[in-house]
Design a protein around this ligand. Structure first.
Ligand code: HEM
Ligand code: HEM
Length: 373
């Protein structure tokens, strides 16, 4: 996104470019610069690659986290690797959210405005935090430069730093092994291929395959053009976030807008409950998974082998239950459009995951009973 200077907006006393003029120019130029990118085929291809790469990155992280979770390899000695992974997932989702703002069209301003409202709703520190991340009130002159810097400097540098620690830990502790390696691995040796040259070559091939796949996606699957929403106006279009943030939107829709209470000096509203507290609890629980898992509490044990998911029915049930709950929240984002009432969608969001957990735990107990016979 290039800042195209606008003489009318930057002509302040003495025709010297001031910080204020620079900020106005940026906000006005953002939309125009992405329109310019759209009009140049090669530049548009790069823009589309970035769009699809963001989706692919989030899908890949989720698949990786699910593999680690369902095979229990977040346990000793890899707890910190897991925690760093959760940070990476959070930072990537944050990058996706902040990225919405940058083209500064009506969608960008509305979607980012919802995020600003959520940040503001945090009791006590909401104003401070939202001023810090959104550069004051939103949308204001300070917003875009602040969000741009967060998106292209702060978050990528944090991801690179945390990813380096994550990979250093993998290098030091080595990866876990599949169950069949128990019979093949020599004591104190990890069964697998060496990092150099075999793994590096495989990874290199994967990078080229991924770039090819992303280029095909970018060339053939359209990204919504900026004219779809147009430049920001005082009207607020109806917007929904992308799939990876839609579960939060679904939860926000479940809580009636008038709901809220006060706790002494604190005012708790629906935005805080659905958009801040709930995602915070989800990420908090994910971070604590290695310590919540009872099988990880033997002081001296190390888990060097992946556990088949069916052999840990409680973990399996909770994981599938959590995924089902997220799926139900995605449905909740559309519940009024598909003709459900608020009561019905609440029943589905709470009932279906609980039913799934009960069925899997029941099945697991029966399997265990059979194995004992
Ligand atoms: C930018 C994001 C990430 C990168 C580049 C990355 C990369 C890697 C690599 C290369 C490995 C070793 C191979 C393997 O075990 O699959 C690994 C292992 C691991 N990752 Fe990640 N990861 C990322 C995000 C995550 C996330 C989101 C989580 C969990 C929430 C996570 C948790 C783990 C754990 C616990 C291990 C050790 C697992 C084992 O040895 O079986 N990582 N990661
Ligand atoms: C964790 C990695 C990142 C994710 C998940 C991400 C995600 C996004 C998303 C969702 C958008 C909204 C636009 C769209 O999808 O069409 C966006 C826009 C943008 N991103 Fe990123 N981004 C990441 C890293 C970066 C980095 C490293 C840079 C530059 C150094 C960057 C530069 C931009 C720019 C300039 C835009 C606005 C232009 C446009 O909308 O096409 N992003 N990003």
């Amino acid at each position: 996104m290039k800042h195209t200077s606008n003489p009318e907006m930057t002509a302040f006393p003495g025709r010297r470019r001031t910080l204020l003029g620079w900020m106005v120019g940026i906000a006005a130029g953002a939309f125009a610069s992405v329109r310019l990118i759209e009009s140049i085929p090669a530049a548009n291809l790069i823009r589309n690659v970035h769009h699809w790469a963001a989706h692919v990155m989030i899908v890949t992280l989720l698949l990786h986290a699910l593999r680690v979770y369902f095979t229990g390899t977040y346990r000793k000695p890899r707890e910190i690797t897991w925690v760093l992974g959760v940070v990476l997932l959070g930072m990537t989702l944050a990058a996706g959210f902040v990225g919405y703002a940058l083209p500064w069209d009506a969608f960008a301003v509305t979607a980012t405005g919802i995020g600003f409202g959520l940040a503001r709703s945090i009791p006590l520190v909401g104003h401070l935090l939202s001023d810090l991340f959104f550069g004051g009130a939103f949308p204001s002159l300070g917003s875009l430069p602040r969000l741009y810097t967060i998106h292209v400097v702060v978050i990528p540098l944090t991801i690179v730093g945390v990813m380096s620690l994550h990979l250093l830990l993998v290098l030091k502790q080595k990866h876990s092994m599949p169950g069949y390696a128990r019979k093949l691995a020599e004591p104190d040796n990890v069964l697998g291929i060496s990092l150099w040259p075999y793994h590096a070559l495989l990874a290199g091939q994967l990078v080229f395959l991924m770039l090819g796949g992303l280029s095909l996606l970018a060339a053939f699957v359209p990204v919504h053009p900026l004219t779809a929403y147009g430049p920001p106006t005082p009207e607020t279009p109806a917007v929904k976030p992308d799939w990876y943030l839609l579960w939060i939107f679904g939860l926000l829709k479940l809580i009636p807008s008038g709901f809220g209470f006060t706790l002494g000096p604190l005012t708790i509203g629906p935005e805080f409950l659905g958009g801040v507290l709930f995602p915070g609890v989800v990420f908090g629980a994910m971070t604590l998974v290695p310590w919540l898992d009872r099988t990880n509490r033997h002081v001296l044990r190390r888990f060097e082998y992946m556990e088949p998911p069916a052999e840990a029915p409680v973990r399996l049930a909770l994981g599938v239950g959590a995924l089902t709950a997220v799926g139900m929240l995605l449905v909740a984002a559309y519940y009024d459009q598909i003709g459900l009432t608020l009561g019905q969608i609440w029943l589905l969001v709470v009932g279906v995951p609980m039913l799934i957990v009960a069925v899997i735990v029941g099945w697991g107990c029966r399997q265990r009973g059979r194995r004992r016979l």
